[in-house]
Write a new protein. Structure first.
Lengths: 82, 327
């Protein structure tokens, strides 16, 4: 099964985010201390979702044809400037 | 067959399968922790299967540098890590939770917490920190061995001994374990602080559930917060020269480092003591439930005061006396 990898960053500061839960189907992975992740994905169209307690959830569609690094994904912090 | 009965049936075989690091269930979903890409079904007995990547799970101390140097080759997890806070690897008097400590034959781990708030005049850490990873099959330490603060890797020597090993639970390499725990007794009460660095004094015992936020203070990575992702996992932990299965474990998304072993896990309230960190991977950290640790010590809370997140629990004096008699 192909591996999809990437890095999760805070959208504005571009700082890596650790502990983000990545889901594709029944596969789950977390980002490491550098925001990196690697997760298995079935071939074909899939939904990848990202969740973290301090950030707004994010999801996108992928058409998996081979293993790939999908680069950086930016998450928006739930913290609002006052 | 319910999901827990199914787990009991499939766990032994799954845990012996290459690439599988643990098994759990979240509600009626079977969760299988993996390192690698084992072939797994999407359902087992009609229960959905979730495949959760952990990477290899290792004890998070700097074990056996001196006893088994061959373990160093090809085992990068025991390469000592530099602390984020150099003071934590220095000499502390009195010794607070979160500072370096270790048995003379290991490298360094963390002194988790003083148990005096429970009426137990002992310091808590891991077997593989204070008792050198003693197993049922191969004891590597004996009661009365010194505890160095800081641990030997951080420069601790006999002149830095602050107390002695007073109790440990041997790890059974052939059977299920619940805790990797040990205690030390200071030479004098003023050698051990009730404080945990950057957290303060624990107020009571507590429990956690999936989704709770928790904190730990450790020798290497300092103060970190994390989310609880499991409270009843069975995992296989690699100690370098042996491995062992641990049942009923807490898993968090905290990323611990070698040398953090022995750190106390606390909730964000009280703060209340909920667990004992002992292992982890690049993505998760494994903790014993504090209730299991106290039970192993023979210091169970009174039955009418169940350990919970909101209820303050005091150990019966008789429990403390029983413990004193045991150690």
């Amino acid at each position: 099964m192909p591996q999809i990898s990437g890095v999760v960053v805070e959208r504005f500061t571009r700082r890596p985010v650790r502990g983000v839960t990545i889901r594709i189907g029944n596969f789950v992975a977390l980002t490491d201390a550098r925001g990196r992740f690697s997760i298995e994905a079935p071939l074909g169209p899939v939904q990848i979702s990202l969740t973290h307690r301090d950030f707004h959830p994010y999801a996108m569609s992928l058409n998996v044809i081979r293993a790939a690094d999908i680069g950086a994904i930016g998450l928006s912090s739930k913290v609002v400037a006052l | 067959m319910n999901v827990l009965q199914l787990r009991r049936e499939i766990e032994p075989e799954l845990l012996r399968t290459p690439g599988i690091t643990g098994v759990s269930n979240i509600g009626n979903t079977i969760r299988i922790y993996v390192d690698g890409s084992p072939e797994l079904p999407t359902r087992i007995n009609n229960f959905p299967v979730e495949v959760f990547k952990t990477g290899p799970i290792n004890a998070l101390s700097l074990i056996s540098q001196y006893q088994a140097p061959q373990v160093l080759s090809g085992a990068p997890w025991i390469v000592p890590e530099v602390s984020v806070d150099p003071l934590r690897t220095g000499r502390y008097r009195p010794v607070p939770g979160g500072a370096s400590i270790g048995h003379p034959s290991i490298t360094a781990g963390t002194h988790g917490v003083s148990l005096r708030f429970l009426g137990i005049p002992r310091g808590l850490s891991n077997n593989h920190v204070l008792a050198a990873g003693s197993t049922l099959q191969f004891p590597r330490a004996k009661i009365g061995d010194p505890a160095y603060q800081p641990g030997p890797y951080d420069g601790g020597t006999l002149s830095d001994a602050v107390g002695t090993l007073s109790w440990y639970k041997p790890i059974d390499t052939g059977g299920p374990n619940l805790v990797d725990a040990a205690t030390w007794v200071p030479y004098s009460p003023d050698l051990m602080s009730d404080e945990i660095l950057e957290i303060g004094d624990p107020k009571a015992l507590g429990t956690v559930k999936v989704g709770d936020i928790v904190q730990k203070s450790g020798r290497t990575s300092g103060l970190l917060t994390a989310e609880v992702i499991d409270v009843n996992a069975t995992v296989n932990v690699n100690y370098g020269d042996f491995s062992a299965d641990f049942h009923n474990q807490i898993i968090t998304d905290l990323i611990g480092e070698p040398g953090d072993s022995g750190s106390a896990l606390l909730d964000m309230g009280g703060p209340n003591l909920v667990g004992l960190l002992f292992a982890g991977s690049k993505y998760v950290t494994i903790h014993n439930h504090i209730g299991n640790v106290l039970s192993a010590m023979g210091a169970t809370p009174p039955p009418d005061q169940e350990v919970s997140g909101s209820v303050t629990v005091s150990l019966l004096l008789s429990n403390a006396l029983l413990l004193l008699g045991l150690i």
